[in-house]
Design a protein around this ligand. Structure first.
Ligand SMILES: Nc1ncnc2c1ncn2[C@@H]1O[C@H](COP(=O)(O)OP(=O)(O)OP(=O)(O)O)[C@@H](O)[C@H]1O
Length: 635
């Protein structure tokens, strides 16, 4: 099975770059051989290739952490992810400049697991350094290490879901920033999260699941607690948790239910440890309940034969009443009206129009998505505040740091690639370009520098596809923004993409312009264009926002008023000003103050209502951070 090419070649130092000749086939054969020997790691030059071992391995012990931390000659031990972590930490100390580890690969490749091992090593080193630090050093918050380690399970509950490719797939991007002093002591940590796949809350590939936390709620909370939250029905009766086969329950097995029960218990014990007050914990559960209740509201015609006017069906009325209760609102009628009606101003006159069935459903689902996004980014913000507490860190302090990046992996799900996959895969293209620039181009430059121009380093760059997706004004994303601003359609956008003045072989319109193919670095993907325009311009109807703003729920008073885009940007910039503004609004005083918050968010450019706007900003912020650090790649 293994080729002669490889058998006739030898490599030392656990580094495939030592081979005289290396191509994809040889690489794959060697990785397979090592996988069968339970050796998931292989060096290729400065990068580490990590193959998912698909089984627990006993190679992550505390002793091995120490061994690799003290290892100075890489080749004297088997290739390991701990070497990468140890090396990055050493580089930070010796150079005094920021480092980053970029973990890339397809969905299910093991990126999140790799990131966890690296993080554990880095946090451990930072704490160990403290133990040996001399007197008078800046003190490390005693529990910062414990806090960081506790954050991951929390993030996975809210940001991960079971997909066809991975039972625990990250549906968001995550950048962890660890800041150290010049002695190598960890002084603070920060989390940034990007591009949460919020559409999963209300629609998903039928064989996939919603975010883990919803299942954990039903598996782990007592019946009484669920009733208090207005959740009287079994999990599978809530629309957003219903399995494809309606005869099945929400849990696939007893074992799965038990595992969710354990995760719920962990959630309950972790939240106070990472800084959540009891009021915030209650508010968080209430928001989750509200999402389940609101999305269970269904509409019907008042008189199917003669009247288009919509009303709520009887179960919908019950859910609405419970949602009003958990959100701490007072007026059921007002909430119902905001679901059924649109308030408009025509020539200075206020008018009320009945929504169509589609508009009513869209508004309801937009509200659920907005609530979930706000909750998610609010949680990250609270975690960051808590990580910073007691440290001397300020937003302007700039010690060198180590950044760890773990984003959703490349996806190609046959027959189900839509807007979400397009966003994930486009981000992966950018990261792949960054990887190529740093490895191959850097190598070519080094050859040139050494007076060896024209050395043959054969690689295929992905500049064309990156250009095709992002370039202004004719890239796929700018054209999509154009299409939205002219109230266009999914099909209209595909037609425009096909007619770009710079046609590209990487793009092919198919199925009468209702779908298209893109040739990515990782292979060709067929996308359905349905929903690209609506998902990108997903906005919450104003009157629904206004009604929900009357809630006294902590998460809503603190984050909802500024919108999920602003909440998402909150932990990246301008927290102080945003926070001040949102605190100036007393609960129960929504309109004027909400408007003020909104204005503030607008002025700071954070509230756009257009997904790609926020996406491009966060992507550019992420790339800037990567470019200002020395990268190491785990693939
Ligand atoms: N080093 C490892 N040891 C044991 N199991 C692993 C390891 N790496 C990955 N796995 C297994 O593979 C699963 C998928 O890994 P992981 O969630 O890290 O993938 P991912 O690349 O982050 O995927 P996605 O992009 O979908 O989030 C894990 O839940 C775990 O069961």
């Amino acid at each position: 099975m293994f080729s002669d090419d490889l058998e006739n070649q030898t490599y030392k130092d656990e580094d495939l770059a030592d081979l005289e000749y290396l191509d994809n086939r040889i690489l794959l054969e060697e990785l397979m051989k090592r996988f069968n020997q339970h050796q998931p790691y292989t060096y290729v030059g400065d990068s580490l290739v990590a193959v998912n071992p698909c089984m627990p391995l006993d190679i992550y012990t505390e002793e091995l952490h120490d061994k690799y931390q003290n290892l100075h000659v890489r080749s004297s031990e088997p290739a390991h992810i701990f070497w990468v972590a140890a090396q990055v930490y050493r580089n930070l100390l010796t150079t005094g400049s920021s480092q980053c580890v970029v973990v890339g690969g397809d969905s299910g490749a093991g990126k999140t697991e790799s990131t966890k091992y690296i993080l554990h090593h880095l946090v451990r080193n930072g704490a160990a350094s403290k133990a040996t630090s001399s007197k008078g050093r800046e003190p490390l918050t005693p529990d910062i290490v414990g806090k960081i380690e506790k954050v991951n399970p929390l993030l996975e509950l809210f940001g991960n879901a079971s997909t066809v490719l991975n039972e625990n797939s990250s549906r968001f991007g995550k950048l962890v920033e660890l800041e150290y002093d010049d002695q190598g002591t960890l002084t603070t940590a920060r989390l940034e999260c990007f591009v949460l796949e919020k559409f999963r809350v209300t629609s998903r590939n039928p064989v996939e699941r919603n975010f883990h936390v919803f299942y954990a709620l039903f598996a782990g909370l007592s019946e009484q607690r669920l009733t208090d939250l207005g959740l009287d029905l079994p999990a599978e009766s809530y629309r957003i948790l219903a399995p494809r086969d309606q005869t099945e329950g929400a849990f696939r097995s007893q074992e799965e239910e038990e595992s969710y029960k354990a995760r719920c218990a962990q959630l309950n014990s972790t939240l106070p440890d990472v800084g959540f007050s009891q009021d915030e914990i209650d508010s968080l559960f209430k928001c989750l309940a509200a999402i389940l209740l609101i999305t269970n509201v269904e509409f019907e015609r008042w008189d199917p034969d003669h009247d288009e006017t919509l009303v709520l069906d009887s179960e919908g009325e019950l859910c609405l009443a419970n949602a009003v209760d958990v959100l701490g609102l007072e007026d059921v009628d007002e909430f119902r009206n905001s679901l059924l009606q649109v308030n408009m101003e025509v020539k200075g006159e206020r008018m009320v129009r009945q929504k169509t069935l589609r508009q009513a459903r869209d508004g309801r689902d937009a509200l659920a998505r907005e609530l979930y996004s706000v909750l998610f980014y609010g949680i990250i913000d609270k975690i960051n505040l808590n990580l910073r507490q007691g440290t001397s860190h300020t937003s302007s302090s700039r010690n060198p740091c180590i950044r760890l990046l773990d984003i959703s992996g490349f996806e190609n799900v046959e027959g189900h690639n839509g807007f979400e996959q397009f966003v994930i895969n486009s981000t992966n293209e950018k990261l792949h370009q960054f990887f190529l620039q740093h490895t191959f181009r850097k190598e070519l430059k080094e050859y040139e520098h050494e007076g060896l121009p024209g050395v043959d380093v054969d690689f295929t760059d992905n500049d064309d596809i990156v250009h095709l997706i992002f370039s202004k004004p004719e890239g796929l994303i700018p054209l999509l923004e154009d299409e939205i601003s002219t109230n266009g359609s999914d099909r209209g956008w595909v037609v425009k993409c096909g007619g770009r003045t710079n046609p590209s072989d990487n793009f092919t319109a198919i199925a009468a312009h209702t779908a298209f193919k893109l040739t990515h670095y990782a292979g060709q993907v067929e996308y359905t264009a349905e929903g690209f325009v609506t998902k990108n311009s997903d906005t919450l109807p104003h009157n629904l926002r206004e009604v929900v703003l009357r809630s006294e729920n902590t998460f809503i008073t603190e984050y909802f008023s500024m919108g999920s885009d602003a909440a998402a940007a909150l932990h990246r910039n301008g927290r102080a000003s945003m926070r001040k503004a949102s605190m100036s609004r007393r609960p129960g005083m929504p309109s004027a103050f909400a408007g003020k918050d909104r204005e503030l968010a607008k002025r700071t450019g954070k509230l756009t209502g257009r997904f790609t706007d926020q996406y491009l900003k966060s992507l550019s912020g992420m790339m800037t951070k990567l470019h200002t650090a020395t990268p190491v790649f785990v693939r």
